[in-house]
Design a protein around this ligand. Structure first.
Ligand SMILES: C[S@@+](CC[C@H](N)C(=O)[O-])C[C@H]1O[C@@H](n2cnc3c(N)ncnc32)[C@H](O)[C@@H]1O
Length: 246
């Protein structure tokens, strides 16, 4: 196996010396796509945020700056990623705003309905399922909580096919596949920004608030289509903000 192939394997799960180099370089190489994705975050003030597949921890730092009242729990299954994220965010770890955990997104060590926001930058390509992992994200989000996915590959760029043979375990999803998987996992109000020119995708999905019947405060008829769905049920329509370029 050539050095380049060995290097790119470390995007899936950084390990060893090459993994250390990879997490540092991803902090720079993914900055622009991550910042583009963060522009789509709703104007709310999440208190508990989960940054999933956190890599080198640069996006944890950006989210801590963006939401000064929030606490962030970062998760990655690579020991190298966890170590680097801790180093990059050491001050916020000391002041109690940041916590970094080694673990798999498919079985997260977090209680149900803990987080207001979950983010996934450049990582769902590798997640188990990923439908089963999306159900796990649904589980840890509060009702009304938001899940942000940001991918630099939209599944429509023939040039990306070369990565499939170079990076072990890589799967590139298009917007229809991701939207369907999110809806099947129980999410509603799935919106997509598909930047056709740069071939990048940003998806936002909401864990809907429960609808109440006759005994509750909100009549079922007022619940939006797809709201209140449980994992496994198909929900609402896809709000597609497709753009032709920037
Ligand atoms: C391509 S890197 C992206 C890192 C970072 N989010 C960024 O944008 O630079 C993918 C990261 O996801 C992590 N990852 C992949 N599959 C995972 C899983 N099943 N559970 C937890 N982390 C995972 C990898 O260890 C790696 O750090």
């Amino acid at each position: 196996m050539g050095i380049l192939t060995l290097l790119f394997h470390n995007t899936r799960k950084p390990e060893g010396l090459l993994g250390r180099w990879m997490v540092s370089s991803m902090n720079h190489a993914h900055a622009a796509i991550a910042d583009w994705g963060m522009c789509h975050l709703p104007k709310t003030d999440p208190v508990e945020i989960a940054e999933l597949g956190c890599g080198g921890g640069r996006n944890v730092r950006q989210l801590l700056r963006r939401y000064p009242a929030a606490r962030i729990t970062a998760l990655d299954y690579s020991a190298i990623s966890v170590e680097k994220t801790k180093r990059v965010n050491r001050r916020d770890i000391q002041n109690g705003r940041c916590h970094v955990v080694q673990g798999d997104v498919a079985r997260m060590p977090f209680e149900d309905e803990r987080f207001d926001l979950a983010t996934a930058f450049e990582t769902v390509y590798f997640w188990p399922g990923p439908g089963e992992s999306f159900r796990e994200v649904y589980r840890i989000l509060k009702p009304g909580g938001v899940f942000l996915i940001v991918n630099e590959s939209d599944g429509a760029n023939p040039h990306d096919n070369k990565w499939l043979s170079v990076i072990d375990g890589l799967r590139i999803f298009n917007k229809e596949q991701l939207s369907a998987l999110l809806t099947e996992a129980g999410f509603s109000q799935v919106t997509v920004d598909h930047d056709l020119k740069a071939h990048r995708l940003c998806l936002l999905a909401v864990r809907s608030k429960p609808c109440f019947g006759a005994t509750g405060s909100l009549p079922k008829a007022l619940c939006s289509a797809g709201a209140g769905s449980e994992p496994g049920q198909r929900g609402n329509s896809l709000g597609d903000l497709e753009r032709s370029g920037f």
